[in-house]
Ligand binder design. Structure first.
Ligand SMILES: Nc1ncnc2c1ncn2[C@@H]1O[C@H](COP(=O)(O)OP(=O)(O)OP(=O)(O)O)[C@@H](O)[C@H]1O
Ligand SMILES: [Mg+2]
Length: 389
């Protein structure tokens, strides 16, 4: 069983790569499903056909699902939302503003993850490709199961107890709407839907993320941050897809400068991801929609490779606490023994070991710390960060 999360900045080609990956997996005999929550229905556009809220068969071995997150929200969150609306209404916040507040950002995507869990449990598919929302949302989303379970375990049981005691009293002295058991029931059902998602996503034998990017400065910067935060939350990244690379056949002088810029960016990409397989995909001369185009794209992207198999990479680094210190451990399997150079510049960590060069964007939480020591041992670099005095 494999789950592939495809993410990247807006417009880089996530949907196209997701659809092509699933189609190629299906052609190779895997039972494949590709799913998304994009309300713009781009997955349907990529395949050039309508898709339903449940898996729709596209071709042999391949199904696609366009989750209707509004509908899911209604099913699972409806009652809680009604209560919250009532509560906001009571505080004087009315109308659409109040309604917007009853649904937190990324909530629709959360339902996609609940569906991933159901599909994993049903064992109906060998591979599930998830066409994720652009990175910022995806990151928030991937941290949500943990954050939510923290709240649910602590706040909700307590809230329920309090409500039982307080409701009769409060009802007498105030008109504030108090949640009834139905609301707690709905909240706990909602929580149950999320339970277990984190285990699936954090198991690197099952789930790996593939980052799609374009050889452009801002896009690379965002992808590198994503890479850091995925690592921080314990998710494995096993591939980077550099999409829209200008092919050699483009000799027009107008694009000469662009080719050079892309070459520089490609070098930066090689340095910026720690031993992750980097796949390149050229800019085609037309939009890549429909089965024929997707197959062509998948051929160029994967060559002889099996798109389902884990690529190189995985959890390349970990960030852990050791008392007040923070330790960043990074796999450097190909690094020779020798002098380790570590340079910290703003939120970047530059590492050189002999001819081997890598850089890592540091998470915001390390901004207040400085590097105390760095040591290479058995292919693992350990960098210790301490609080600045
Ligand atoms: N390598 C390529 N060559 C030519 N066209 C491409 C290539 N990759 C993607 N496209 C086209 O670019 C458009 C946008 O791609 P896609 O929808 O996959 O991006 P996305 O990252 O999913 O966007 P969004 O963030 O809006 O979901 C599509 O029309 C697609 O066919
Ligand atoms: Mg898309």
């Amino acid at each position: 069983m494999r789950v592939l999360l495809v993410t990247g900045k807006g417009g880089v080609g996530k949907t196209t790569v997701s659809a092509a990956t699933a189609l190629r997996a299906a052609d190779m005999g895997y039972r494949a499903l590709v799913m998304s929550t994009d309300p713009a229905h781009s997955l349907a556009d990529a395949f050039g056909r309508e898709l339903g809220d449940r898996p729709t068969i596209i071709t042999e071995n391949l199904s696609a699902q366009q989750i209707d997150s509004q509908k899911r929200l209604e099913e699972s969150w409806g009652e809680v939302r009604d209560h919250l609306t009532e509560l906001f209404d009571w505080t004087g916040l009315k109308g659409v503003q109040a309604e917007e507040l009853t649904v937190f950002p990324g909530m629709d995507e959360l339902f996609a993850l609940a569906d991933v869990r159901e599909h994993v449990r049903s064992e109906e598919f060998d591979v599930i490709v998830v066409d994720c929302a652009p990175t910022a949302e995806t990151l928030r989303l991937l941290s949500l199961p943990e954050v939510l379970s923290w709240y649910m375990e602590r706040i909700f049981p307590m809230g329920r107890r309090v409500a039982k005691v307080v409701r009769p009293v409060l009802n007498k002295v105030t008109s504030m709407p108090i949640a009834d058991d139905g609301v707690f029931e709905a909240a706990s059902n909602f929580y149950d839907r999320l339970d277990g998602i984190r285990e699936i996503l954090a198991d690197e034998e099952v789930t790996t993320a593939r980052l799609v990017l374009n050889p452009e400065k801002m896009v690379i910067a965002e992808a590198r941050r994503t890479y850091t935060y995925l690592g921080l939350f314990g998710y494995a990244v096993d591939g980077v897809v550099v999409n829209r690379v200008l092919p050699d056949s483009v000799t027009d002088p107008y694009f000469k400068r662009w080719r050079e810029i892309q070459q520089d960016h490609l070098a930066a990409i090689e340095d910026g991801f720690v031993d992750v397989d980097i796949l390149k995909l050229r800019l085609f001369d037309h939009e890549m929609v429909g089965m024929e185009m997707l197959r062509l794209l998948a051929d160029e992207l994967y060559g002889d490779r099996d798109p389902v198999e884990r690529m190189n990479g995985g959890r390349a680094f970990t960030i852990t606490n050791d008392g007040d210190d923070v330790i960043v451990e990074m796999k450097m399997p190909f690094a020779e023994k020798g002098d380790v150079g570590v340079l910290r510049q703003d939120d970047e960590l530059y590492i050189t070991v002999g001819a081997y060069k890598r850089s890592l964007v540091l998470p915001d939480s390390l901004k207040r710390r400085v590097v105390k020591r760095a040591k290479l041992d058995a292919g693992v670099l350990r960098v210790t960060f301490v609080l600045e005095n």
